[in-house]
Design a binder for this molecule. Structure first.
Ligand code: FES
Length: 72
């Protein structure tokens, strides 16, 4: 399944990156190239990294949509 459509990165690519030593969303992004364009895939990447039992450090892109915390 394609996780990052901008860079055509699959869930398998993410699993391989984690297995190869990526221990954070940032690491997976560096390794696969995912999450470096629109940022829409970052939450899916985060979920996949969590599923692989790794520790999250920080989301990568600075292009994430703004969230109105007061409205939620
Ligand atoms: S879908 Fe991953 S950066 Fe756009």
């Amino acid at each position: 399944m394609i996780v990052c459509h901008c860079r055509v990165v699959t869930d398998r690519d993410v699993a391989d990156a984690v297995q190869a030593g990526a221990r954070s969303v940032a690491g997976v992004c560096r390794s696969t190239g995912a999450g470096r364009d629109c940022g829409a895939c970052v939450f899916s990447l985060k979920r996949l990294v969590c599923e692989h039992g790794t520790t999250l450090v920080a989301p990568v892109p600075d292009v994430l949509p703004e969230v109105d915390v007061a409205a939620s």
